[in-house]
Design a binder for this molecule. Structure first.
Ligand SMILES: [Zn+2]
Length: 373
């Protein structure tokens, strides 16, 4: 999400945020209700009443979404999984649950409680809509709308495609049966992609048959689901594949070295361009002192290269982000991502022990995935 979120209030210690794109959806609902649905059903009511009712309906619908997300979040918290926030955006709501479930039962319960809450809300609203005195009156139609929306919310979210709630429920069940979290994710994500493709195809078909906006909307949600299922699957594979691995297990111990006294011209001609390696350890009397990459060299104009030594421009080891052999690999990846680095020196008590690089970790994930390790 490129547009930033705004915190509006907190419930049970969980911040509720809105993304500005959500305002479009609210405006869309108010427009459809106040401009079309309600005037048809309540012909004798003044326009201001219809618009006010539409606005209240829109807010209550989003309150229903918050209650749905709150159900996920509170159950997650009960299981000791921290929740960063609940965010409302264009396509609904999302609970920003910061960690994956560690057991299938946790995944299952955390997921299914959302749709169950929506079904419960639907039951409450249909009860209100049918209450004598409200039924057929001025606000009965609003409760009918909220009943239909909450019922749809429950049904749509139970579609068994990851990362929808139903997909997480499916993942929890497959995980419980097979005992294999990665395989369960793969299956649930595949089903999610199939559902997404069907939605895109169906939406486009409807669009070309003249359904207009509705068709495009379905296709758009399908496309969103498709990228979400790919993304969450990739993330899961990475964190599963690297679980328990430490930097010391995967670092490379042979790193290219260059003497601190060499000048940049020689370094460029004899080391950089011949090997294509970008990350060099600078040594003085055989001891590692710093690192140098083409980035450091670009600070010096080319005609100064013969008169500038590697030591002049290197990044000293003590001014560089480093990790130690006991650092979890996932943590090293986070450091590289946040500092926008591709490599990190690994230091132990004796000094430089090796290097760890992003591309090496990715290769490792691939190999382990192929061998189903
Ligand atoms: Zn949900």
């Amino acid at each position: 999400m490129l547009i930033r979120n705004y915190r509006i209030f907190s419930l049970f210690g969980i911040p509720i945020e809105i993304n500005p794109t959500w305002l479009f959806t609210l405006a869309f609902f108010v427009y459809i209700l106040g401009g079309e649905l309600y005037p048809d059903a309540l012909e004798d009511e003044p326009a201001w009443f219809l618009w006010a009712l539409a606005f209240v309906s829109g807010l209550l619908f989003f309150a229903s979404i918050i209650v749905h997300e709150l159900a996920h979040s509170l159950v997650a918290q009960r299981y000791g999984i921290p929740v960063r926030a609940i965010t409302l955006f264009m396509l609904g709501g999302v609970s920003q649950i910061t960690k994956e479930a560690k057991r299938p039962l946790v995944e299952f319960v955390t997921a299914i409680v959302g749709p169950l809450t929506s079904f419960l809300l639907a039951a409450i609203f249909v009860g209100l809509a049918l209450t004598p005195g409200i039924h057929g009156g001025r606000i009965g139609i609003m409760f009918e709308f909220l009943f239909v929306m909450n019922l749809s919310l429950g049904v749509v979210n139970m579609a068994p495609g990851f990362p929808l709630d139903g997909g997480r429920v499916l993942r929890g069940i497959v995980w419980w049966i097979t005992g294999n979290a990665v395989r369960a994710t793969r299956i649930a994500a595949r089903v999610g992609q199939v559902i997404a493709f069907v939605m895109i195809l169906y939406g486009l078909m409807q669009f070309f048959r003249g359904a207009g906006f509705n068709g495009l909307w379905i296709a758009f949600i399908g496309w969103f689901l498709l990228s979400a299922s790919r993304e969450s699957y990739a993330q899961m594979v990475i964190s599963e594949g690297l679980r328990g691995l430490r930097v010391g297990d995967v670092m490379s111990r042979d790193f290219p070295v260059v003497d601190a006294h060499s000048n940049l011209q020689t370094f460029a001609e004899e080391n950089l361009t011949r090997t294509g390696r970008r990350f060099w350890v600078v040594t003085l009397n055989g001891q590692p002192e710093g690192i140098i990459t083409p980035n450091e060299m670009s600070a010096v104009t080319r005609n100064r290269w013969p008169y500038t030594t590697v030591a002049d421009v290197m990044r000293p080891l003590d001014a560089t982000h480093t990790v130690n052999p006991n650092t979890p690999v996932t943590e090293a990846l986070e450091v590289m991502a946040s500092q926008d680095l591709n490599q990190l020196p690994v230091m132990n008590e004796h000094g430089l022990a090796g290097l760890i690089s992003r591309s090496h970790i990715l290769q490792l994930i691939q190999t382990r995935a192929e061998l189903h390790l």
